[in-house]
Design a protein around this ligand. Structure first.
Ligand code: FAD
Length: 409
């Protein structure tokens, strides 16, 4: 359990500037702001509405949300649906064990989640979120990041701060700007996301997150999302970008992967008006997560593949560890400096590396023919059960608990 602390009264409060109002950025903002640290968040989009994003929260991150008192509120507001299981099938119906072990997580609306955190932060005068503001590059003095060059409505500006945290997700431009090396792993398959309105047949929606693997890199994922919609991720080798615009070809390839209960409905609904998005699958990591004055978290530090629904999970867990160490330092009257950043990276890097390693192995396994895939996943399940590592995927490699908990009003 986290420590229930009264909000801190800090004599010298550094201004923390967070780039990106995604899960990593908003969760960090929430924990700092509720502990009386001034935070300014910059978000390049005009709001939290995002097309397709991670919606599965694994048990490992749910625990932190529970400790912070956020989970019951999210459930009460119908932003999160708890007790959701991710199930893995070879073909339509041969069930195999999830490599990370049995997971019961939650599906969450990212937009609803981020909006709720923004509302809670907005109760504090020392919180500011600038929508429509993009960070372009860092401004450094004596080797330390002291400000950002920004753009808002076509006008360039400068935003100063004491500490900068880049939570701007995959392809963060600031990585290159500060000269950090990125190590990337090439993956053989990309993803087309689709969303269908199932308000006329909500009973047909899957109960959890169902992953079907068809060999040679073809994987299709089905899960319910907000407003009685079905979300589908279709992944296969080759150029999937063009599939979005070629509906006959998309139908030819997708429909055989849809479970028979859903297939007639998807077949009837799939047309040029279907919401779709193409995602280039990337797994990469920074050689180091920080430079003087600037820390990277979430996908900006380690871009995750959608495999295993881990991106959101890691982003939330990064933010909890970052808040713990930053608040520890402030409580001890210490600056939030490179040593603090180093502690954050040291605590999080092993898990990010381990889960990326698992994602890369799973991507290789799904490239095999279907019968080999079946054997490999069955064996992997047995080995993990024996080695008792089965809980790592869903539970995280290490315990992550918020240390500074302020009751949610
Ligand atoms: C299409 C898609 C589907 C996905 N599906 C899943 C899934 O099912 N399960 C799962 O766990 N993960 C999934 N992911 C990954 C998951 O969404 C991310 O790993 C997770 O959101 C990472 O959180 P983050 O806060 O680090 O970054 P993000 O969520 O990417 O947030 C970054 C924020 O920074 C903003 N930003 C970017 N650049 C700038 C800038 N220069 N200045 C200001 N703001 C900026 C962006 O607009 C965004 O709001 C998916 C990702 C995508 C793209």
């Amino acid at each position: 359990m986290g420590i229930q602390c009264a909000p801190m009264s800090l004599q010298s409060k550094p201004q923390v500037v967070i780039i990106g109002a995604g899960p990593a950025g908003m969760m960090l903002a929430y924990q700092l702001v509720t502990n009386d640290v001034p935070v300014r968040v910059l978000e390049r989009h005009p709001d939290f509405e995002r097309e397709f994003r991670g919606e599965l929260i694994q048990p490992a991150a749910l625990g932190a949300l529970e400790t912070l008192g956020l989970l019951p509120k999210l459930v009460e507001r119908k932003i999160a649906s708890p007790d959701i299981e991710r199930r893995l099938f070879v073909g339509e119906s041969r069930r195999v064990m999830v490599p990370g072990g049995k997971e019961r997580g939650a599906l969450i609306s990212q937009a609803g989640f981020l909006q709720y955190l923004h509302e809670l932060c907005g109760r504090h005068p020392h919180y500011q979120l600038d929508f429509g503001t993009a960070a372009l590059q860092t401004i450094r003095e004596n080797g330390r990041v002291v400000a950002l060059k920004t753009r808002r409505e076509g006008t360039e500006g400068r935003i100063d701060g004491d500490i900068f945290v880049d939570c701007s997700g995959r392809n963060s431009g600031l990585r290159k700007d500060v000269g950090l090396e990125v190590e990337a792993t090439q993956l053989p398959a990309d993803v087309v996301w689709l969303r269908f309105d199932f308000s006329d047949a909500p009973q047909a929606l899957p109960e959890g997150v169902d992953v079907h693997m068809f060999g040679r890199g073809v994987v299709a994922v089905f899960f319910p999302t907000t407003r009685s919609r079905l979300q589908v991720a279709y992944s296969a080798p080759g150029d999937l970008g063009s599939l979005r615009k070629n509906i006959p070809e998309l139908r030819r390839r997708l429909l055989p992967t849809v479970p028979s209960k859903l297939r007639p409905l998807v077949e009837a609904k799939l047309d040029e008006h279907t919401e779709t998005q193409f995602l280039r699958v990337v797994v990469d990591r920074l050689e180091r997560w920080h430079v003087p004055g600037l820390l990277f978290l979430g996908d900006a530090a380690h871009t995750m593949s959608p495999s295993g629904g881990q991106g959101l999970n890691l982003a939330i867990r990064d933010s909890v560890v970052a808040a713990n160490h930053m608040l520890d330092a402030l409580h001890a009257g210490q600056p939030i400096d490179e040593q603090v950043f180093q502690k954050i990276e040291a605590e999080r890097r092993t898990e990010a590396d381990m889960i990326q390693g698992m994602q890369t192995r799973v991507h290789r396994m799904v490239m095999a023919p279907m019968f080999v895939e079946h054997i490999m996943f069955t064996l992997l399940g047995a080995v993990l059960r024996l080695s008792k590592k089965a809980s790592q995927g869903g539970q995280g490699a290490a315990r992550v608990e918020p240390r500074y908990v302020v009751p949610v009003p």
